[in-house]
Design a protein around this ligand. Structure first.
Ligand code: HPA
Length: 269
């Protein structure tokens, strides 16, 4: 595995001769940030040795190299979900490759269903903790060069980055929520009782991504920041039918706010 990670990283390095300091994973319908990147190189996932290929509608599959907020970044346009059927170690493979490309921080965005009763559709939620109900991506033989066997998770989401993001939101008069993201396998959305259960166990929102990548990044000592667009509500009395299309529509509307926060945060690190 380690050799595959290193081979893939050196392939990319040879192709781009680019040293990113920041990694970004762009989630559902969050294309807005791409327009802000001064793109220098792109590589389709299909052209990268050992990379899986994205299958979900609305997820392009390419790595973008360029400048954002004055920083050299690599962005994944299209991510790999466990529900697509990839082994969990393939879901996190790109993050491990990004570490070998040189990233020092990881920024992630996603869409989720809100289970906090005060949340509204279109809200942004800064993720300050998670509950992982997907399998753990570190199960299996540990790779000591990447990180420890037993990984501390007391600060999965970097407190300083969370504080900075909240300040940026306040300075720009943008409403943001903050809370705990429950990660489920999907691909089904939740039943009303499942939403209720996620609320009872301490969740504020539920989604199908992000946590495997954050665990992989933390394993390698990379500070993480993640932000979620609440695209629907799993709150008693507010539950309506959810579709992938609706999720993307709401996400598209919240793009501008999310883009501003991400870009400003990246410029401040
Ligand atoms: N549940 C799970 N994943 C999601 C949801 C949801 O309600 N909305 C967007 N992604």
């Amino acid at each position: 595995m380690l050799e595959k990670i290193k081979n893939t990283a050196s392939f990319i390095q040879d192709k781009t001769n680019f040293q990113p300091e920041v990694g970004i994973i762009l989630g559902t319908g969050l294309g807005g940030l791409v327009k802000e990147i001064k793109i220098e190189h792109t590589i389709d996932y299909g052209d990268i040795p050992n990379f899986p290929v994205s299958t979900v509608a609305g997820h392009h599959g390419r790595l973008i190299f360029g400048e954002l907020g004055g920083k050299k970044i690599v962005a994944m346009q299209g991510r790999f979900h466990f529900y697509e059927g990839y082994p969990i170690e393939m879901v996190i493979f790109p993050v491990r490759v990004m570490k070998y490309l040189g990233i020092k921080n990881l920024f992630v965005s996603n869409a989720s269903g809100g289970v906090h009763p005060d949340f509204e559709i279109g809200d942004l939620m800064i993720i300050n903790d998670h509950i992982n109900l997907i399998t753990n991506p570190l199960i299996g033989e540990n790779i000591p060069e990447l990180g420890p066997r037993f990984l501390d998770m007391s600060e999965a989401y970097d407190k300083a980055l969370v504080a900075k993001a909240k300040q940026i939101a306040a300075d720009n008069k943008l409403k943001v929520q903050e809370g705990c993201y429950v990660a489920t396998t999907g691909p089904t959305f939740e039943t009303p009782k499942e939403y209720q259960y996620f609320r009872i166990i301490g969740g504020d929102a539920v989604g199908m991504s992000t946590v495997p990548e954050v665990i992989a990044a933390r394993h390698m000592g990379i500070p993480c920041f993640a932000i979620s667009i609440i695209t629907d509500l799993g709150v008693p009395g507010k539950i309506v039918e959810v579709t992938h299309e609706e999720v993307q529509k709401v996400a598209a509307k919240a793009e501008t706010k999310m883009t501003l926060i991400m870009k400003e945060l990246i410029s401040q690190i």
